[in-house]
Design a protein. Structure first.
Length: 255
C-alpha cells in the first residue's frame, strides 16, 4: 500500500467520524442482498406457548371458524382486531397439512395507508412483503418461518396480487383475500369468479376502514348481495369479538 493510498484512507475515516459526530449517518435501506421478508425473525419472536389446536375466544369467532369449515366461500366482515385474518390463515394451514388442498394462495391489495412507499426493490415477493407482513406473521406463527420460506420457494404458498388474479381458475387451493375493503366492486367481482374445484376462499375486511375514495369500495355491497345465498357464508363480527387490547374496542366506538 502506497503512502498516498494510506493518506486517502485516513482522510476518509476522519470524514466518516466527523459525520457520525454530527449525526449525519446515512444507511442504505437494504444492506443485505440476501434479504428475505421472512428471514428468521418470525422464529425468534414466535410465542413459545403456541397451541396447535386453535380455539375461538368469542361467539363470533366460533361462527367464523364453523363457516370456513363448511363453506367454499366465506366473507368475514368486521372491525380490526377480531381475528379475521388469523383465523383464515390458521384454517388454511390446517387444510394444507391435512392434505385437503395442495397450496395456499394469499392476495391483498397493495394499498398504502395515506403515504407513499415509492418504488420497492426486489422481485414480486419482496415488493409485496410490506403489504403481506400480517399474513406472513400469521403463517409463521402457525408453522414457523423456515417452513413458510420453504413453501414460498416451492410454490406451495403463492403470493398473487389482486391485479394478477384476472383470468385464472383456482383449483385445489385455500385462497385468502385480505383487506378486501380496499378492492373496488369490479375487483372483488373478478376475484370471486376465480373460484374453481376443491377450493376454499375466505374474504376478510372492514368496510369502515377503506382507504379508497368514498363509494369506491365494493366490499359492503357485495357482502350484502351474497348474504342471502345459502351456499355462501357472510359472517359479521362485532366490537364484542375484538381480542386485542380493550382500548381498541373503546376507541372504535368513538372514532
Amino acid at each position: 500500500m502506497t503512502k498516498k493510498t494510506r493518506r486517502t484512507e485516513r482522510d476518509r475515516d476522519r470524514k466518516t467520524k466527523m459525520h457520525h459526530a454530527h449525526g449525519n449517518v446515512v444507511h442504505p435501506a437494504f444492506e443485505d442482498s440476501d434479504w428475505h421478508p421472512l428471514a428468521e425473525q418470525i422464529d425468534r419472536n414466535r410465542d413459545q406457548r403456541y397451541v396447535k389446536t386453535l380455539k375461538p375466544r368469542t361467539d363470533g369467532q366460533r361462527e367464523l371458524m364453523e363457516a370456513i369449515a363448511s363453506h367454499n366461500l366465506t366473507m368475514a366482515i368486521g372491525p380490526a382486531g377480531t381475528g379475521k385474518t388469523y383465523l383464515a390463515i390458521a384454517a388454511a394451514v390446517e387444510a394444507l397439512e391435512a392434505g385437503k388442498v395442495e397450496r395456499i394462495i394469499l392476495s391483498r391489495p397493495a394499498m398504502e395507508a395515506g403515504e407513499s412507499l415509492g418504488f420497492l426493490p426486489g422481485d414480486m415477493h419482496e415488493k409485496m412483503a410490506p403489504y403481506l407482513r400480517p399474513l406472513y406473521d400469521a403463517l409463521g406463527d402457525r408453522m414457523g418461518g423456515k417452513r413458510v420460506k420453504q413453501y414460498l420457494e416451492e410454490g406451495t404458498i403463492e403470493i398473487a396480487p389482486i391485479g394478477f388474479m384476472r383470468g385464472r381458475t383456482l383449483n385445489n387451493a385455500f385462497v385468502e383475500i385480505d383487506e378486501a375493503q380496499h378492492c373496488t366492486y369490479g375487483q372483488l367481482n373478478s376475484i370471486l369468479c376465480r373460484l374453481g374445484w376443491h377450493v376454499t376462499m375466505v374474504v376478510t375486511g372492514d368496510p369502515q376502514q377503506s382507504d379508497l375514495l368514498e363509494g369506491m369500495s365494493g366490499l359492503a355491497e357485495i357482502a350484502a348481495r351474497l348474504e342471502d345465498l345459502p351456499n355462501i357464508a357472510v359472517v359479521r363480527l362485532a366490537q364484542t369479538d375484538i381480542v386485542r387490547h380493550p382500548l381498541v374496542a373503546e376507541m372504535l366506538e368513538v372514532l
